[in-house]
Design a protein around this ligand. Sequence first.
Ligand code: ADP
Length: 914
Amino acid sequence: MSKNSADTPVMRQYLSAKAEYPDAVLFFRMGDFYEMFFEDAVITSAALDIALTSRDKGKEDAVPMCGFPHHALPGYLTRMVEAGHKVAVCDQMEDPRKAKGIVKRAVTRVVTSGVILDAEQLDAKVSNYLMALSWDGGEADPHGPGEGGSAGSRGTVGGGEDEDLLGLAFLDASTGEFLTAELPGGQGLLDEIARVRPRQILVPRGSLGGLRQLCPGLGSLRLEEAPEGIFGDDQGDHDLLAEATDASPEWVALSAGARRASAAVIRYIRTLFPGRELPPFRLVPYQVSAYLVLDEATLANLEIFETIMERRRQGSLLGVLDQTVTAMGARLLRRSLAFPLAIVEEILRRQEAVAFLVERAGLRDSLRRAMKGLHDLERLNRRAACGLATPRDLGAMASSLRAVPVIVGLVAEAAAGQTLEALPELLQPPEDDLGDLAARLSEVLVPEPPVGCKDGGIIRPGFSAELDELVSLADGGKEQILAIEARERDRTGLAGLRIRYNRVFGYTIEVSRSKAREVPPEYVRKQTLANVERYVTPELSEHEARVLGAEEKRVELEERLFVGLREEVAAAESRIGRLAERLATLDMLAAFAEVSSRNDYCRPRVDDGDLIRIQDGRHPVVEQIVGPGRFVPNDLSLSSGEDQVVIVTGPNMAGKSTIIRQAALITLMAHTGCFVPARAATVGVVDRIFTRVGASDNLARGQSTFMVEMKESANILRYATSRSLVVLDEIGRGTSTYDGVSIAWAVAEFLHDRIRTKTLFATHFHELCSLEDVKPRVRNRSVAVREVGGEVVFLHKLVRGGSSRSHGIGVAKLAGLPQEVVERARQILDHLERGADADAVAARGLPLLAPQLSLFGEVGRAPERPAQPEASDASSKEALRRLRELEPDSLSPRQAQEILYELRELARKGDDCT
Ligand code: ADP
């Protein structure tokens, strides 16, 4: 670095600040600008698209630099963080005009994607989490659990799972929400990460490799090794939690891993707010098993938060359900979908409140109207507690708190003369409505305070006698100046004479230059401009001192009073937090009630039983798209004892996916406490919902469709339990028909026999319908279509029995395939269905079908295969004959099984001969 470019006092100050935050880009305040130097300038100019220049331009070792005006900071911070950078903001700590020597500067905050407090940089409806993972394991067992864990050896793989207890903690710094849990490694971790969706994930130094080995799926996430000293030792963690968290005894019982992750979050966040005391952290431990688990694939496949294709909220379940009117409510509702309740009593508690509000449309309307006026109390509260709230923030808090009695009153009124105990528990009025704080804020603040403190105008007249005096002095002074102006104009006869104010010269008497010779002798010239001369008089200077002095004192005093008020608010942090939580809950429950009432949902019976029964169920999103009255409702029943594996067949576009997804969505919705789109429903609580849906090519992760499909299936077979709900929309599509049918069959069998999971299986392999004949708890259902004169009509109705035809050609015709192609396809189909003989094939140019498994259908002979010996042929023919004569409907499961054994014998005989 060149001596002249870097060896100045300011540069030394810059370098020392930078040394403290080597991993952050330093925004360095100089006058009215933030400047960046060296590598930081290169990064910033590229990220923000601003010009890169240099100090000591032209010299070989010139220092790269760039800058932007200070008022552009919020927008530029957002863009830097979105581009994945961490930014340390170094501010001037004193007024440059008053500074003696070089202005003091210090880093006042560090902004990273996971820790943002400014409302402008945050999505109001989405929580912004920083997560820390702690894991003390050494090298993970490569055969241990994980996303790629082998399927089919349930209970035999994954040894050591219990020892790999992992701690995780996540904090939304903008609201103070702070949760921690411990869990086994591998998939459980991915599931938690998928639903929390943290913006930033910290792990201990040196643990990246081990963690990725433990849980291969982590490979696609951006994990950040925390700076030195963020993860501590057990004693240190213990002490830190005791000191920094709200004294809640629960955390003492936490595992060392959860403690370690929580303490790391606190340590890290403290480094981001140097010199600022942060409010106590309300750490809440949770049990993963208290919530229904939804893995990443399920959240995506069921389009819970966004659509798969366009990643839009509209068209997702959240898009339909989120009728909240506050940001707090919207965030809570989102969280409730990510963490559906798995404890019946808690679900019933929500249902009770939703039912109360569904029944009272008037109350619901008034409540939602009243809540619309609420600002984001959670985030305002946290900003106040961190000493960052502006006067406008506190004004917003004041107006929100003033609305609380109205809201509470509306609910209390609804108890309609009965005691408040008659209200559902979740609608009970809050014990503390913060009336005292509301009154205090109203007493101190003007009704609409400004954003900044610099110009005063924050404190209500009448609150402070001292302030009122300063205000009248300053204002009175201004009046006097007007009086002097009028008097001087009179006295001098100069009609254009004006008294002006500017920052550098203060008050001056301004006269046009053409009249300059006419000014009285006591006027002292201060400044000469192109057209005017400016003068001062002793009288004016004296006034100026008084007015400006009063003005300055007034601003200082207002700021002091404001900061005092902010501290009072900060002291009420946990009270405000509790109230905000109640309001968020109320908003969410009212939203559930609103959407339930608007769309005619029913209150499901939720219990610990094993049954899921849906009568006239609808798909909450598709029904909105197809329009009122056009959605065909359907019944469905599932239980692990009877209707355990339901196989849904039917042509493309019949509505198979819709029906199986709607069952999953209704089940999920029931777990949130919301009503469901059905005429009636019973939902036994499940522990997980798994889905494997369509072709979700995960090219970003470098995996082919078929690989993704098999991994998702493997994951299901590994983790599903008899209390899970599994939704399979096509398995085995990504490979040859034989492979596909075989895999699909084996998967269904495994779910039926081994796990006994409630399963919905939509498939275009009609062959799977034979499962019903051999497995006692398999049920065939199909989505009805009618083919009238070659035209397919979709009825969207689920009926008993499997579908026997694909109607693929009918659907192709509907889709507009040329008539000629449709006709030819029919010819070929006809030929294949009748069994192709080689001569016809040669004569008519028709395809040969590769040989089919005898159990599944017709036999065709592959020309490239060697001719089969006679005996084998005879066995196949015999087997086929038996199959053709079968009347599946008249067989008992037992008879069916016997026939299967016979058929297998015949097949083996055939094999022996080859
Ligand atoms: P499949 O999975 O059988 O190919 P989908 O479930 O994707 O069929 O349904 C295709 C389309 O049919 C849907 O997008 C929807 O527009 C319509 N549909 C499906 N089910 C229904 C229903 N029950 N009532 C009305 N329209 C439906």
